[in-house]
Design a binder for this molecule. Structure first.
Ligand SMILES: *[C@@H]1O[C@H](CO)[C@@H](O)[C@H](O)[C@H]1NC(C)=O
Ligand SMILES: *[C@@H]1O[C@H](CO)[C@@H](O)[C@H](O)[C@H]1NC(C)=O
Ligand SMILES: *[C@@H]1O[C@H](CO)[C@@H](O)[C@H](O)[C@H]1NC(C)=O
Length: 512
């Protein structure tokens, strides 16, 4: 429920603004268009992520960052082709109010702008910061096949970190990668039992693959990401196997004989050696934001519920019955309803428990943030909602877990979230502690949110993918090849890809 009491209708708001009395009413602090800040990758022509984005920070006349929303209509953004002769379809929603004095501006281009773009950011009728921003063309859209040939230049442009702790850790057991050995062993060891392995070869920036098994539908996510990346940067030649099932697969230890194989998965665990990529969920959310999906990692930033003081002081959980602790949590909440509101929304693994525990109605994910504390319990593996919970402004109580996603190593328990024991023995005490230490808890929630916002930015995701592929390619000791039964992943066959790529392409020798 939106707090309605003090909100003014737009005409009244306008009247007050004209009279210059807004400040006196105390409704919101006045914004200085000159001092406010605008920054981010969406102001650069050469960062071609599916949804381009930048940030606006409202700053007061005396130079302080606003920490509460100055109103969700405070900033207006227009984005147009620089050339009046060129029409480019661009989806430009309103800036997302992040309710902390900052805004996230997103836009999705459906064509490339040859001459460039002009981005105007206004507060009422005044330009904000250095608006108008001119992005000198060409500004390519997501589907334009126009890879940067020099990966170093590309990584600099995207401000990719020079190293990622998780990637270094993942590759430590694999100083070299023997493709011949993998070709012999992978199908026997991993494909026959699980049937969720997809074998890819990238040659000359073209993508080929074959499925090893029946449960490989999720290859649509790896296909999409590889294609998206190959449109932005020239990929190295490499050949790898991705496990598109839930569980990591390689359980041999680094010093076992025979040694482990460098399998690639979406989720890692402390007892497996799989090299991990961002999950299909994070990937899909990034590729399809403002298009196919609505609860994505960008839009969530504008839907974090009531302000801290107006959140219900309870821990909250809704989810399916994919792990026993989830049922245990519901039982705890029946005993301590003041502290914890937990419910199972769907039964599949423990159907016999439905009678006893009941079924909670589904609620929209954004409504989770009406509660101050969020309980994150594993599902079959890591709960893929964790990144979304971290993006909210509630405190996350995270179950200790052997499972992890690509960005977890950057988060510190106690600093960015509050850890709880795997068997949940300390959960109720931690909730009580949280209620008694509101200031500290709020700070942890904020720090966690800030780090998640940084780490999970779309351009960082592309950096992560590239780095994994680069490290992998460097370690290969044989030449990647297009293997028997592989087929090329076709580019989109509609006209969404039409564009004029001005980058000089290295000659592609057609090998087929
Ligand atoms: C909390 O909600 C009330 C009623 O909707 C509203 O008047 C008040 O401004 C809110 N408090 C904060 C800190 O946002
Ligand atoms: C204001 O916000 C910007 C953008 O988040 C940040 O870089 C800057 O450090 C903040 N300034 C102060 C004084 O906190
Ligand atoms: C702005 O706030 C109003 C009032 O709460 C809400 O109805 C509207 O949907 C919001 N607009 C945007 C773009 O978020």
């Amino acid at each position: 429920m939106a707090p309605a009491g003090r909100r003014m209708s737009p005409p009244l708001l306008l009247l007050l603004l004209c009279a210059g009395t807004l400040r006196a009413t105390g409704a919101a602090e006045a914004v200085s268009p000159e001092r406010s800040l605008v920054w981010g990758p969406g102001l650069r022509a050469d960062i071609a992520v599916p949804v381009r984005y930048f940030y606006i920070q409202a700053v007061s006349e005396d130079g302080r960052n606003l920490t509460a929303s100055p109103g969700n209509k405070s900033f207006k953004v227009s984005i147009k082709s620089l050339s009046t002769k060129e029409f480019v379809r661009i989806h430009v929603p309103d800036p997302l109010d992040r309710n902390d004095g900052s805004f996230l501006m997103r836009y999705r281009m459906y064509g490339s702008a040859g001459e460039g773009l002009v981005i105007e950011v206004r507060h009422h009728d005044q330009h904000v910061a250095h608006s108008p921003y001119i992005l000198k063309g060409p500004v390519y859209h997501e589907y334009c096949d126009c890879p940067e040939e020099d990966p170093d230049i590309w990584q600099q442009t995207y401000s990719c970190p020079s190293s990622e702790e998780q990637i270094s850790k993942d590759f430590a057991p694999f100083p070299s990668i023997d493709l011949k050995r993998m070709l012999e062993e992978v199908p026997k060891r991993f494909a026959e039992s699980r049937g969720a392995i997809v074998h890819y070869t990238i040659l000359n920036n073209q993508i080929y693959r074959r499925s090893l098994g029946k449960y490989t539908d999720f290859k649509m996510f790896s296909d999409e990401m590889l294609q998206s990346l190959a449109r932005k940067v020239r990929l190295p030649d490499f050949e790898f196997y991705i496990n598109v099932g839930d569980w990591p697969v390689e359980h041999r230890k680094a010093n076992d004989t025979p040694g482990p194989l460098p399998m690639i998965s979406w989720c890692g665990s402390s007892d497996s050696r799989d090299i991990i990529l961002p999950t299909y969920d994070v990937t899909h959310s990034t590729l399809e934001a403002l298009r196919g999906v609505t609860n994505d990692l960008l839009s969530i930033q504008g839907h974090t519920g009531p302000t801290w003081d107006n959140k219900t002081e309870q821990a909250f959980f809704r989810g399916r019955d994919s792990r026993e602790e989830r049922l245990q949590l519901v039982q705890m909440s029946k005993k301590e309803p003041e502290l914890l509101d937990a419910g199972i929304t769907g039964y599949f693994f423990f159907r016999e428990m439905e009678k006893k525990l009941g079924k909670a109605p589904l609620i929209g994910f954004f409504d989770f943030f009406k509660y101050k504390y969020q309980v994150n319990l594993d599902g079959t593996v890591a709960a893929y909602r964790f990144p979304y919970l971290m993006m909210g402004d509630s405190l996350v109580l995270k179950q200790d877990s052997p499972y992890y996603e690509h960005f977890y190593t950057n988060l510190k328990p106690g600093k960015h979230y509050v850890p709880i024991k795997r068997h949940l023995g300390d959960l109720l005490d931690k909730i009580k502690w949280a209620k008694e230490n509101d200031e500290e808890v709020r700070r942890i929630a904020k720090e966690g949110q800030a780090l998640a916002r940084e780490l999970l930015q779309p351009h960082r995701l592309y950096c992560y993918y590239y780095k994994v592929f680069q490290m992998y390619a460097e370690r290969q000791i044989n030449r990647p090849e297009i293997r028997d039964k592989m087929e090329q992943v076709p580019p989109p066959d509609d006209n969404t890809a039409m564009c004029d790529c001005h980058r000089k392409k290295v000659d592609k020798k057609d090998e087929l």
